[in-house]
Ligand binder design. Structure first.
Ligand SMILES: [Zn+2]
Ligand SMILES: [Zn+2]
Length: 410
């Protein structure tokens, strides 16, 4: 007997119907106007979240029946990790949540109906794990109401507050366990960069964020990504903590100012002189930096100590590598901000750049100096831009236009 299409369809399981819908989905999405894809994204999220609810119940029943054993697994988590293509942590989260949701039927229903998201349900399950499902059930209605109106991140705060109300000691114990897992690791130099990784306690992260944010605002025409700005802000925080004394009146202390410099570089005479074939500069903690970078730091070394300088200073009788406080004050009064055309970063962001590097015989006097923010100072030394003054106006020429080799430029 011939089946018509409709009958054929109804004999398929709901999962097969979903899968055949998924097969049709890419073509359908491709035809939708881009401006109207918002609803498509929201619906996709809803399907994923509601499927998690079904998955939770199935996981629970499958685990209870010991179904994973017949597949040769010792537990539900490894079974789900392998067969569900999840990381160990993600699989464990699903199994734990499934178990807790058994005790929180209203939460599971809200997830299945798409009223809350999977991450809300995880937060509820965690709370139940911490203070007991019975306590959560008592407040489940109001917690769910909060979950429906907040994103999961905000909801975690509500759930944590609830836990604290029910069992302050448990919350403290939880925080103490987390505290033990705090760490910060600064790696070795690999391919010119150092990997920084760690886990901060929330108040440390809040402090770091506050400090970084004040240095992260993009300047006019800033080309840096948010990640690059955060990186530069961290350097700026360290820099100012390390040696920027008397910042207000433009005197940054200088060598012998008492505080430890932020950065110590060991460099040979040839490196400082920018000679061909010179070795790289060495950092105190290991790792090397190119000669141009050594020269940039040496250019205004008020908060940097370059070892090997003494040698050079003996050779150059007129050398005055540290900009004296009075000269720096005059420099700030004259330039007022970074002098790179179009830049207005204020003096605290700036170094005093020698137009002719002092190691090449340039004097540390006002007409051989210009304020340059860290970004532009880098651009002038390492990226080959040339900064000059013509009729009292600052001119910056990009590397492509610098016909003269830049070896002796700064
Ligand atoms: Zn410089
Ligand atoms: Zn600048």
């Amino acid at each position: 007997m011939a089946h018509d299409g409709r009958m054929c369809r109804s004999s398929e399981s709901p999962l097969e119907r979903i899968l055949s819908g998924l097969r049709d989905l890419p073509d359908w999405v491709a035809e939708q106007p881009a401006g109207q894809l918002g609803q498509t994204i929201v619906k996709s999220r809803e399907i994923i979240d509601r499927t998690e609810a079904v998955g939770a119940e199935a996981t629970r029943r499958f685990e209870k029946a010991g179904g994973y054993k017949s597949d040769g697994f010792l537990g539900m988590v490894p079974w789900l990790r392998v067969n569900g293509k999840l990381s160990g942590a993600a699989a464990a989260e699903r199994v734990d949540t499934a178990r807790q949701l058994k005790e929180l039927p209203r939460t599971e229903e809200a997830l299945a109906r798409g009223e809350i998201g999977y991450q809300h349900a995880v937060a509820m399950a965690r709370t139940a794990e911490h203070v007991g499902a019975a306590q959560v059930r008592k407040a489940e209605a109001s917690l769910l109401q909060a979950a429906e109106t907040m994103d999961p991140g905000q909801f975690v705060t509500v759930a944590k507050n609830f836990e604290h109300q029910v069992d302050a000691e448990a919350v403290l114990a939880d925080a103490n366990r987390a505290y033990q897992r705090r760490y910060l690791q600064i790696g070795e130099v690999t391919n010119g960069l150092v990997r920084l990784e760690g886990q901060l306690v929330p108040e440390a992260a809040a402090m770091l964020r506050t400090r970084l944010e004040s240095f992260m605002k993009p300047a006019k025409g800033d080309q840096r990504t948010a990640g690059q700005r955060a990186h530069d802000a961290l350097v700026e925080v360290c820099r100012r903590a390390g040696g920027a004394v008397g910042q207000r009146d433009g005197d940054r202390g200088g060598a012998g100012g008492g505080s430890r410099p932020s950065l110590i570089i060991r460099a040979s005479l040839d490196t400082l002189a920018g000679l061909d074939g010179a070795p790289a500069g060495e950092l105190e903690w290991g790792g090397t930096i190119p000669a141009e970078t050594v020269r940039r730091h040496a250019c205004d070394s008020a908060i940097t100590r370059i070892t090997g300088l003494g040698e050079l200073e003996q050779e150059l009788t007129q050398a005055a590598r540290t900009i004296p406080p009075s000269t720096r004050r005059a420099l700030i009064a004259r330039d007022q901000h970074c002098v790179f055309p179009g830049c207005d970063r204020p003096p605290p962001w700036c170094d005093g750049h020698h137009l002719i590097f002092w190691g090449d015989g340039g004097p540390t006097t006002l007409d051989n100096l210009g304020l340059l923010c860290r970004t532009h100072h880098h651009q002038v030394h390492e990226e080959g831009w040339k900064l000059g003054r013509k009729d009292r106006r600052w001119v910056a020429t990009p590397p492509a236009l610098n016909i003269v080799p830049r070896a002796r430029s700064a």
